[in-house]
Design a protein around this ligand. Structure first.
Ligand code: SF4
Ligand code: SF4
Length: 369
């Protein structure tokens, strides 16, 4: 066990120095750490042992993002409460918080388990997700979560036990925009927006919770609560009610009818909902292919055949020689035609009009300053 005290007199080890110390010790083969932190952030991930041994970190007083991007084979236990973003983007680690969590606990978690022995703040579990090739992430909370919890959740499982809580245990507008995953809740659940789909537990749910609660309560040292929490009549399951692909809502409809309406946030500027595609054709292309034949074109059709947009057409000049043309409205300027051409007939040029437009725009903006 390596002990690291991050305070020496009035000197505090910086986050960078602490993380470097940790990485060096792991590289030298150390697997167990006790770290008395003093607000350093991002402690706990991503770390791994080259021989695949499990890393154990016992922490006190960490700063923001403890366990962020933690990997499988990392087990972190925090004595006491933590700041925001605990287990942010968890990628497979096990994080146990023996106290409360600030906002966004488990935000964007993709794998692993997060166990919280107290309350978790606003937006906890938001954007949790699941990759079908890996085990789903889990977030376990003994007490309650703040508003907007599980917002835009797209996979994984969250359990909110509501232990010792009066009134709602999920705050306001929980699960807004949730499209996948499941949330188990014991206690009162608000539903002022009709965005929740609540169901009683199935026998599979009960089985999952029975095993999981035992594990969770054991991790946080509260196994004595098991009989009280094992009353399935007090639990309910929340599934996403708004499934955009199923209901056929467009992004515009979703934003105006479900998201912005009544939400905390609004657009800074009015949004026309016009969008510029990832690969633009026509006047918004970054690059334009130009067919500059100096009599070297072999008429091999490679450019025509390999164009992903079928933008190139072949015609013939009056003397019967081939002419290849890229149609602006289809071409996205990807440059494949030039890559496939054995004679460098296609030249890829910057879209000067686009750049001219941008600089005019910039000039206009700066003249307003
Ligand atoms: S730049 Fe790409 S899209 Fe445009 S003509 Fe060439 S291959 Fe087709
Ligand atoms: S790939 Fe080049 S050589 Fe072949 S047809 Fe196209 S322009 Fe001509």
């Amino acid at each position: 066990m390596r002990h690291i005290d991050t305070l020496e007199g009035h000197q505090r080890l910086s986050t960078q120095a602490l993380l470097q110390t940790l990485e060096k010790a792991i590289e030298e083969g150390e697997t167990d750490f006790y770290i008395h932190a003093s607000g350093q952030h991002d402690i706990g991930g991503p770390l791994w042992n080259r021989q695949g041994k499990t890393l154990h970190l016992f922490l006190s007083n960490p700063g923001q993002r403890v366990g962020a991007m933690a990997l499988p084979g990392t087990e972190i236990v925090v004595q006491g409460s933590v700041a925001a973003d605990a287990g942010w983007l968890n990628a497979g680690g096990e994080l146990t918080i023996l106290g409360d969590c600030g906002d966004t606990a488990g935000h964007c978690a993709a794998q692993g388990q997060i166990y919280i022995a107290g309350h978790a703040g606003a937006r906890s579990g938001s954007l949790m997700k699941k990759d079908p090739s890996y085990p789903a992430p889990e977030l376990w909370v003994l007490k309650s979560v703040g508003s907007f919890a599980f917002e835009f959740m797209s996979g994984g499982c969250a359990v909110v036990c509501g232990y010792g809580c009066q009134g709602t245990v999920l705050g306001q507008r929980p699960c807004v925009g949730m499209v996948e995953g499941v949330v188990y809740v014991r206690g009162e659940v608000p539903d002022e927006t009709g965005e929740l789909h609540k169901e009683p537990l199935s026998s599979e749910d009960e089985h999952f919770l029975r095993d999981g609660l035992k594990r969770f309560l054991g991790k946080i040292g509260q196994i004595a609560l098991l009989p009280e929490l094992n009353n399935w009549q007090q639990w309910q399951k929340i599934l996403p009610a708004v499934k955009t692909p199923k209901t056929g809502l467009s992004l515009r409809e979703y934003r105006t009818t479900h998201w912005i309406s009544q939400g905390l946030f609004a657009d800074v500027l009015p949004d026309t909902f016009d969008s510029v595609g990832l690969a633009e054709s026509g006047q918004f292309r970054l690059r334009i292919p130009v067919w500059e034949n100096q009599g070297t074109c072999r008429d091999c059709h490679r450019c025509e055949l390999n164009c992903p947009r079928k933008a190139i057409v072949r015609s013939e000049a009056s003397d019967g020689s081939p002419v290849y043309t890229a149609h602006d409205h289809l071409c996205i300027g990807c440059g494949l035609c030039a890559s496939f051409c054995p004679e460098q007939v296609w030249q890829i040029r910057e879209n000067q009009e686009l750049f001219a437009f941008s600089s005019r725009d910039r000039e206009a903006l700066s003249s307003q300053d």
